[in-house]
Ligand binder design. Structure first.
Ligand code: IMP
Length: 194
């Protein structure tokens, strides 16, 4: 019998990426699958806090092993912004064009373009929290480039490449992305549990 594991998301795209890698050791359930219709708020000031809020909420309320994630872009010259506000940096949740514009405007004339994408996954397993972090370092371009991906991808150039995330194929991005790196750590932990 596969072990039940909740991924505290209703994002199909994220779910598919994880299901694909996790194999059939686990029966992966979404928030919808367990009848959780609440919108879990993300009031934390760090990725770690936000990821833990989700996993602990589900574990405490439903008594199911569970993991939650939180990701974002961290720009050195902006003192770590947009950070936990990545999805709503320009005000409206998920307005990627406005978010990009705000970053580019704030970086006008700024030489230090260093930035990184970060994903933190918090897993609540049998009542104990385990944290997995994935990071990809890079720089912020002066202009958008590419049409793939989502979010800040058109302005983020990972170190060691001369193209942005938005110019990469999904497979290529998924090999080096912050999310993929955090997921790899989660999955190797889970494989050792079984
Ligand atoms: P989430 O926590 O994975 O939902 O990510 C929050 C926000 O961070 C997204 O809405 C995007 O603005 C940004 N973000 C996270 N991951 C990526 C990525 O892989 N590419 C571009 N933007 C991202």
């Amino acid at each position: 019998m596969p072990l039940k594991l909740v991924f505290a998301t209703n994002n199909r795209h994220k779910l598919e990426e994880v299901s694909h890698k996790i194999g059939d050791h686990f029966e992966l359930l979404t928030l919808n699958d367990i009848g959780c219709m609440e919108d879990i708020e993300e009031p934390g000031s760090t990725f770690e806090e936000n990821a833990a809020i989700k996993s602990k909420y589900i574990y405490d309320k439903y008594h199911l092993n569970c993991f939650g994630d939180d990701s974002g872009l961290v720009v050195d010259a902006l003192n770590g912004e947009p950070g936990v506000y990545s999805a709503r940096y320009a005000g409206e949740h998920g307005n990627h064009a406005a978010n990009i514009k705000k970053v580019l405007t704030r970086l006008e004339g700024v030489e230090n373009r260093k930035a990184r994408f970060v994903t933190v996954i918090s897993l609540m397993w049998e009542g104990k929290e385990h944290v997995f972090k994935g990071v990809v370092e890079g720089t912020i371009r002066h202009k958008i480039s590419g049409i793939g991906g989502f979010g800040y991808d058109p302005i983020f150039q990972p170190d060691g490449y001369d193209i942005t995330f938005a110019e990469m194929s999904m497979d290529e991005k998924n090999k080096i992305s912050h999310r993929a790196r955090a997921l790899e750590k989660l999955i190797s932990f889970l494989k050792n549990i079984k």
